[in-house]
Design a protein around this ligand. Structure first.
Ligand code: AHM
Ligand code: MG
Length: 337
């Protein structure tokens, strides 16, 4: 029947032919992710009602305070994905080490990396937050998994995307064949295709960066950000500033409307010599999405998808968004332009 929408799984099955990843195992993986995200969305939506908000008092492996919903989202994903029978191991922003699927559970050939609830400092203010995921296939037949299995180039991802918990809950993802967006229809409990074949505008009107850190930036970073504010840039007028401080929300807005998001290195901040964002669970998956939508992502020099992580929680400077804007920022960061 027409007019009832296409669900994610229907969409995956419809595109099975041109999509090598749309195997039974992959479809199961996506279904489990969706189920986990629905549970997380339910808790995010009722967070204000049930006093689940606030800090747990614990700090995560990166020294940041963990909020209750982060912990909840992390537990849901680990618990459900471990049982799915399609993964051999996982890695989470909240866990120092890789998480293997226990011996008593069936294993599959996929590796999953996720940030369970990104932007969690915004939870109390009802600002959009998200779950970012990145999927690789194990590169050999060994029955065990090591850290090296995760230290791969982003270009080897077989799928990546995010769930956005905002005014509506969305799933945006790619399997290397363009980017599609689905919106959760709460009345039927399904993600329905709402944004087929998303293309990011070639150049944007928006720059997104936390300018409070100007004092920590080197000269090239300052000049790069100044460029987008200048009436002498290639648009001939200043870009608008938009910065939510919630990566998925900032990224998603720029993906739809065009623009550039920057989280540069803070050279003078010993805590962030390589910026704040993590290569494996934040930069690489969003880079895969943006490239598949016609955009670009670099660390100010090299393509994000060409970088090979040397540790699980490696951080990386990030310039991501509309292709022309990112190319310009990268040239400026190299002192060229
Ligand atoms: P988190 O993973 O601990 O939530 O941190 C990542 C978040 C991103 O969502 C956002 O882009 C960035 O931190 C904002 O950082 P800052 O407050 O330094 O601008
Ligand atoms: Mg994060």
């Amino acid at each position: 029947m027409e007019g009832l929408g296409v669900s994610v799984i229907e969409h995956l099955l419809l595109h099975q032919k041109e999509n090598p990843e749309a195997t039974g195992q992959f479809t199961r993986l996506i279904s489990e992710l969706i189920f986990s995200a629905k549970i997380i969305a339910r808790e995010v939506n009722k967070a204000g009602l049930v006093n689940i908000l606030g800090l747990t008092g614990e700090v995560n492996v990166q020294g940041e305070q963990v909020r209750k919903l982060d912990e909840f989202a992390n537990r849901v994903l680990i618990y459900r994905m471990q049982k799915a029978g399609v993964l051999c191991a996982m890695a989470s922003e909240e866990n120092a080490d890789i998480i293997e699927v226990p011996d008593n559970l069936p294993r599959g050939s996929y590796l999953l990396i996720f940030d369970p609830l990104d932007g969690s400092s915004n939870i109390d203010a009802n600002v959009s937050i998200g779950t970012i995921f990145s999927i690789y296939r194990k590169s050999d037949e060994r029955s065990y998994v090591t850290l090296d299995d995760f230290l791969r180039k982003g270009s080897e991802q077989v799928a990546a995307g995010y769930f956005l918990y905002g005014s509506s809950t969305m799933l945006v993802y790619t399997t290397g064949n363009g980017v599609d967006g689905f919106t959760l229809d709460p009345t039927v409990g399904e993600f329905l295709l709402s944004h087929p074949n998303i293309r990011i505008p070639e150049e944007g009107k928006v720059y997104s960066v936390n300018e409070a850190y100007t004092c920590y930036w080197d000269e090239k970073t300052r000049r790069t950000v100044e460029y987008f504010k200048s009436p002498d840039n290639y648009r001939g007028k200043p870009y608008r500033a938009r910065y939510i401080g919630s990566l998925v929300a900032d990224f998603h807005r720029n993906l739809l409307y065009g623009g550039i998001f920057m989280y540069p290195a803070d050279k003078k901040d010993p805590a962030k010599p390589r910026g704040k964002l993590r290569l494996l669970c934040e930069a690489a998956p969003l880079a895969f999405v943006v490239e598949q939508a016609g955009g670009a992502a670099t660390d100010g020099k090299d393509r994000i998808l060409d970088l090979k992580a040397s540790e699980l929680h490696e951080r990386v400077p990030l310039f991501i968004g509309s292709r022309k804007d990112v190319e310009m920022a990268t040239r400026l960061m190299q002192g060229d332009g």
